[in-house]
Design a protein around this ligand. Structure first.
Ligand code: AMP
Ligand code: MN
Ligand code: MN
Length: 323
């Protein structure tokens, strides 16, 4: 299934590569795409990096695009010779760019999927998929090593961005993650500055947004078989003065309520359209719950989307957690 050698062969021969991250890209998705893209760009290939939505690049991730490889989704060709999809478990997670997968295959091109989601659907022609990898960025580091690409500071910073965010600041790291991180620091990455800019630097308006959103948080102690659920929601109105980065970080605060082993944040991404972030500690597998609601993710971090008024959507999650 997973074929590192096949992937290397494909990448070595490529002269035109399109790399895609999942919708609403995070540091792992975009850092991975930019690291691999930069290495291929330097070896002479025509490279473009993109994602389906939103239209703008998250501000905190812009500095990772050293070589100006990012292009708007509209500029992604329908039938690229080689499409590489990173940190993206299914075609649906490419959003409006999902059509490029079938387009590429129909034109005789290849689709390489590099990912670490257990829910990966193996939708490519080639796969480097390992659900035990702590981040897609760790798989990209393996690919670059196999291609004998030296990890200099720009490449190292892109990979570090994915590692530090997806491992919860190395709390979910393995010994191998730390060995890789040591190489990245040796290449010149500033761990304090990189992590602070990615995860901790928020505008003042964030505090006002939080006070409203956290003020309506609810605790359902009997949910999830007595393990407890803590949740809140963020409307488009709440989100009007802040960046997507601020909205994404709400779940990291909500989940600190220790009476609950599961945390959920419902984020209104369009009129009555909700993107739901699930987090868990210990025994609860939120990926299973997310998959049952049409989404995916990992054991302790997963998500799905839902449409309609918020109350029934909350009820549906409570039901799914109790079954
Ligand atoms: P998030 O809460 O957005 O940080 O996402 C947590 C995890 O769940 C990530 O691994 C995402 O890739 C995954 N995820 C989030 N939303 C969805 C969705 N709608 N469908 C599939 N996977 C998702
Ligand atoms: Mn991701
Ligand atoms: Mn990831």
């Amino acid at each position: 299934m997973s074929d590192l050698d096949g992937a290397i062969e494909l990448l070595r021969a490529a002269t035109d590569v399109t790399l895609l991250a999942h919708v609403h890209p995070d540091a792992d998705a975009l850092g991975s795409a930019l690291a691999l893209g930069l290495a291929l760009h330097r070896s002479g290939a025509t490279v473009r990096v993109s994602f389906g939505e939103p239209e703008s690049v998250p501000e905190t991730l812009r500095p990772l695009d050293y070589a100006g490889l990012l292009v708007p989704a509209a500029e992604v060709p329908m039938d690229a010779p080689l499409l590489v999809c990173l940190d993206t478990g299914s075609v649906e997670r490419l959003g409006p760019l999902g059509s490029r997968v079938a387009g590429t295959v129909a034109a005789g091109g290849s689709v390489l999927v590099v990912d670490h989601h257990a829910s990966n659907t193996f939708y490519g022609t080639h796969h480097v998929v390992d659900e035990h990898a702590v981040a897609t960025a760790a798989l990209v580091a393996q690919i670059l090593d196999a291609m004998d690409v030296a990890l200099d500071e720009p490449l190292a910073r892109c990979i570090y961005a994915g590692l530090v965010t997806d491992t919860g600041s190395f709390r979910r790291a393995t010994p191998e993650t730390h060995l890789l991180a040591a190489r990245l620091l040796a290449a010149g990455v500033d761990p304090d500055e990189t992590a602070r800019k990615l995860m901790e630097a928020h505008p003042f308006a964030w505090l006002g947004m939080l006070s409203g959103v956290l003020g309506r948080a609810q605790l359902a102690p009997s949910a999830a078989g007595g393990r407890g659920l803590v949740y809140t929601y963020v409307t488009q109105q709440d989100a009007r003065d802040v960046r997507p980065e601020e909205i994404e970080s709400v779940v990291d605060i909500v989940r600190t309520a220790h009476e609950a082993e599961v945390a959920a944040v419902f984020k209104e991404v369009g009129p009555a359209r909700w993107s739901v972030s699930l987090r868990s500690v210990a025994d609860v597998d939120v990926q299973e719950v997310a998959v049952s609601l049409g989404g995916g993710g990992h054991r302790r971090a997963a998500g799905y989307t839902a449409e309609g008024p918020i109350e029934p959507i909350i009820s549906r999650l409570l039901e799914a957690l109790s079954s």
